[in-house]
Design a protein around this ligand. Sequence first.
Ligand code: ARG
Length: 569
Amino acid sequence: MDYKKIVAQRIKQLVDLEIETIENLIEIPPRPEMGEFAFPCFQLAKTMKKAPNMIAKDLKEKIENQGFEKIECFGPYLNFFLDKGVFIKNTIEKILEEGENYGSSKMGEGKNIVVEYSSPNIAKPFHVGHLFTTVIGNSLYKILSFEGYNCIGINHLGDWGTQFGKLIYAYKNWVDEEALSKDPIKELLRIYVKFHDEAEIDPELNNQAKMYFKRLEDGSSEEVALWTKFRDLSLVEFKKLYEILNVKFDSYAGESFYCDKMDEVIKDIDSKGLLVESNGAKVVMLEDYNIPPCIIKKSDGATIYATRDLAAATYRKKTYDFYKNIYVVGKDQALHFKQVFTTLKLMGNDWADDCQHVAFGTVRFADKKLSTRKGDVIFLNDLLNQAVAKTLEIINEKNPQLENKEDVAKKVGIGAIVFTYLKNHRERDIVFNWEEMLSFEGETGPYVQYTYARAKSILRKVQQTNSNSGTNVELDYNKLNSKEEFELVKQLEGFQNSIMYAIDNLEPSMVTRYVIDVAKAFNKFYTQHNISNLEDESNKKAKIKMVEATCQVIKNALNLIGIEVVERM
Ligand code: ARG
């Protein structure tokens, strides 16, 4: 039941505004004493030629109030107070009936959304920034799919470009095969860095690298075999991380996939008269948009990153006929995407407007020791391993008898990192702080997961003691008449709303904030009300249903941000 819709319909019967306009105007009052919904009358003042206060009064007289506890005026606002008993009953029953589908809808049915995320670079470390795009993209994929969109998750691997010529040269001259098999990315990075050092001394190396890249582009078997080896080795490492994080992709079509698709795009750009010569390079001028030109071909004829993105977007439109094509990439690439999208638009592609850069901020560490090793691939494994180890320590302290401690520590520890990434607006920079991140109190992953486990333990306890008593007593939702209970159920009811905000802003943090609020509301209830000692069976039964519903909502919400719940911790 969508109460906001009901409120809007009631108002619609009395005023001359579109239903959507009314819905957009409706606000959530800042304090519970002011009801659940408020309609501001300012906008009507002009057409009705009356003061907003008077309009609110008039509306109050005429409006149908069935189903509401009361409807009252607060100055220029008309405020709606839900009939709490009905509201609580409807909400809890709906949650328990819909279970893991609670909060979902078919709103996106028939619409394809391409979600590009992760996209690390072959032979280079998967760094904390890549972890950021990975968790945001994974969450958006889940949220959009939950609302019925057909998502295509793409890992646009950085697996092409002149750097592979350098890497081939470096490999042929300096590789340590043993080190390579032990830690491939580390060794590839070492020789890649060595190439840059050596090329400073002897610039001729750059020509060698160019030659190798040319041979690779021309399909020479030796170079292709080496490139394939680099790619395969890197993918094995990346996939280990995806496994730990439980992240999946529908496609690994990276930059190399577009090698044979660029000519057509370049021809297209040229045929539209957009290709301009500039210092030997071929570019699309974008000065009308106040941005630097988009380089299509370098002076040596090599294509670049942007060209591959133009080909990729075109390919995605053809293949998936997307409703939206979103790129979860750091905000430092904002200009790049502006150039690419503007070029696509200039080429006459209206769908360029459906492409969107979903940017995010940078990541730092409060712990200095860690930050000096930033960028190191080991570091990322370290980060995950440490999170798990530290969580295990905490569990050993708090609950040494717990079964499956390792498994719980894994879910909670990794969950703590994911939660930290998704807790704030994605464009905000993040500072990792172990103590804060792993704390069972405050706005953390462990806090929410602990709340869930605690609620579950309440349910286990009452089920044990209750199995033979009170079976004939009807549950009575009217007994849930405390402020804490109403506030909790109100939160539970707002799940889908938070998802809608998350979709509108492509912002998983809306769901993360939401689940924090649910956990807080539950803990407020729990500190005030005892369930297992309750004599009144009809009340007890209603409370149990409410706790079950709370668990369901926390589970669904955490799932949308890529975190698994644990039953005990
Ligand atoms: N591989 C790039 C990097 O690590 C990110 C790719 C972003 N996606 C794109 N379509 N350009 O920085």
